[in-house]
Ligand binder design. Structure first.
Ligand code: ADP
Length: 257
């Protein structure tokens, strides 16, 4: 039987900080036909609020270290401020949004990352996403808006990478839907030349990806994003697009199928 289509959109930290860009993105998100789900980041907002509270943000290899104080901040900022702001804005556009952390309806379970070289603190690696519960919500007309927070089933909230939540959610939903995963961020797509927005690599496969990683074209935050993208495709997600956050036009960015 043919499955219905769904678009899972992940928006990065930069856009949630900029109200006019966020507004443009949400306008475009609402124009996407059919079923949809939004996952958001919020790292920059957390850094700002933490600084206002006198709490330092500590980063290692570009990733946040979430100590007990920072966990309180990200829980407030991601689960509260950022999530509810997006939900309220979607309500003005006719989308019946529902904000969720992974703890809500037990939708995303994780375990605290084991300490190897670096102790990232209260960071969760995803174990399960309840695609069936999400599908029930979606089929009742709700647009889930997921914050980058999960829980371990023992009462602890854990900070979890939003790109990973998006790919794990897309994977779980692929049992029920034909899933398109869109990573929306500040650039036009995966670029062959980081200074040239016109150099978007239109199609990416594993072989090309490995070549671009080896020669340094793909680096930094783009690396885990694309690893998540390939993992999603392998697990049954139909296509992944990496595209501009104010545009969301799948065909204009980088496509992985
Ligand atoms: P997000 O905005 O979704 O949080 P990240 O900051 O984690 O995204 O990762 C995206 C970043 O990866 C870009 O802003 C860019 O600085 C970097 N990057 C590295 N290589 C590339 C590339 N080849 N094309 C586009 N961006 C790249």
């Amino acid at each position: 039987m043919e499955k219905n289509c769904i678009t899972v959109v992940k928006v990065g930290g930069a856009v949630v900080e900029d109200s006019s860009r966020l507004s443009e993105l949400l306008d475009n998100f609402c124009k996407i036909e059919g079923r949809k789900l939004l996952v958001h980041g919020g790292g920059r907002s957390a850094t700002k609020i933490a600084a206002a509270l006198g709490i330092d943000s500590r980063m290692v290899n570009g990733r946040r270290v979430t100590d007990a104080e920072m966990l309180r901040v990200v829980t407030m900022v991601y689960g509260g401020l950022v999530n509810k702001n997006i939900v309220a804005q979607l309500q003005t556009r006719g989308g019946n949004a529902l904000g969720l952390t992974g703890a809500d309806m037990d939708v995303v379970r994780s375990h605290k990352r084991e300490v190897k070289d670096v102790d990232y603190g209260f960071v969760g690696d995803v174990d399960t996403v309840d695609g069936s519960r999400l599908a029930d919500l979606i089929e009742s007309g709700v647009v889930p808006v997921m914050a980058p927070l999960t829980h371990d089933g023992k009462g602890n909230i854990l900070n979890t990478n939003a790109d990973t939540i998006a790919s794990e959610t897309a994977k779980a939903l692929s049992a029920y839907y034909d899933v398109t995963l869109v990573y929306a961020f500040e650039k036009a797509g995966v670029l062959a030349d980081s200074d040239d927005e016109g150099s978007v690599i239109r199609c990416l496969d594993k072989e090309k990806f490995e070549k671009y990683v080896a020669d340094g074209t793909i680096a930094g935050g783009m690396l885990p994003k694309l690893e998540n993208a390939f993992a999603a495709i392998k697990a049954g997600v139909k296509r992944v697009a990496i595209t501009k956050d104010t545009d969301l036009e799948v065909r204009c960015g980088t496509m992985i199928e």
